[in-house]
Design a protein around this ligand. Sequence first.
Ligand SMILES: *Cc1c(COP(=O)(O)O)cnc(C)c1O
Ligand code: SF4
Length: 343
Amino acid sequence: MTISTSATNSRHDPAGATANISWQQAVRNAVRDPGELCRLLALPDEYAAVAMRAGASFPLFAPREFIARMRPGDPRDPLLLQVLPAVSELETSEGFTPDPVNDGAAAVGPGLLHKYQGRALMVTTGACAVHCRYCFRRHYPYGSAPRSLDEWQPALEELAADCSIHEVLLSGGDPLSLTDRWLGRLAEQLAGIEHIRRLRIHTRLPIVVPQRICEELLNWLCGTRLVPVVVVHVNHPAEIDSAVAKALGRLIDAGVPVLNQAVLLRDINDSADVLAELCERLVDLRVMPYYLHQLDRVSGAAHFEVPVDVGRRLVAQLHARLPGYAVPRYVQEVAGRTSKVPL
Ligand SMILES: *Cc1c(COP(=O)(O)O)cnc(C)c1O
Ligand code: SF4
């Protein structure tokens, strides 16, 4: 049984998504009002009232391009559940804390995290083009505006001084919410540091707003001596419609390896059928399933947690059904460890 196909999705467009607007415009047009989201999806008003309360500190934010892939009238839609603030977020749960991966402790310069050998991570911006309810950075103390390149100089000096770093990861927030002009200048500065060889971008933007994969992006991404790698974030096969498939194809055709990370989420992708369909869809598009993350235990996200033994069983089923390269590594981030921990 197929879950949902791009053909059915593209016919229904309640959200007013238009392919012909820029990615910036698409982000500006994103739905922020739970009442509007409920109207677009023909959901009862009580969902909006709850979302207003539950989303007070981390509000609803969902681009129309993403909403257009949801099934109207279905409060259990796997894409809707990822973005609609739910009453369970207001509950406190034992073991769920504001900074579960302890980013606070790994900061070595403003915006720079150095936890893993050979790799440093730059938190370039707090902005995202979607607010995922399970996000481990939902309580992260982001500054409001993106910082200027001048303000990044201490971090760049830190990188230049440490010859052990061969790869720089741009993370956030979502680094692709920054302009290509800014990103291009940053890439140039990084390319000027001799021991840095690879530039990795962790982003969900091409999934929620596929027009983000534009000419300007490909120009800077493929325009330095750094080897680019892009890691996208898809949790459910219904997130990939034909526009997303095309955007990913453009990146890969330009020579950029694309990997996917997913988060194991209750009622969204905690089934072998859904995960197998996701992985097959990805490899058919030449995107390699990289990680399946155990949920980070961030406050407000306890209702998304899938027990580790269930996760292990699901991954074993994937191994039985799929080629080895199509099965992601099931991992967990553990505070203080120097790599992701395999489960
Ligand atoms: C996940 C992560 C990385 C990258 O880890 P990989 O296993 O190479 O994907 C690097 N730095 C930090 C802080 C991370 O959390
Ligand atoms: S796109 Fe990534 S960083 Fe942004 S809210 Fe979603 S999970 Fe968090």
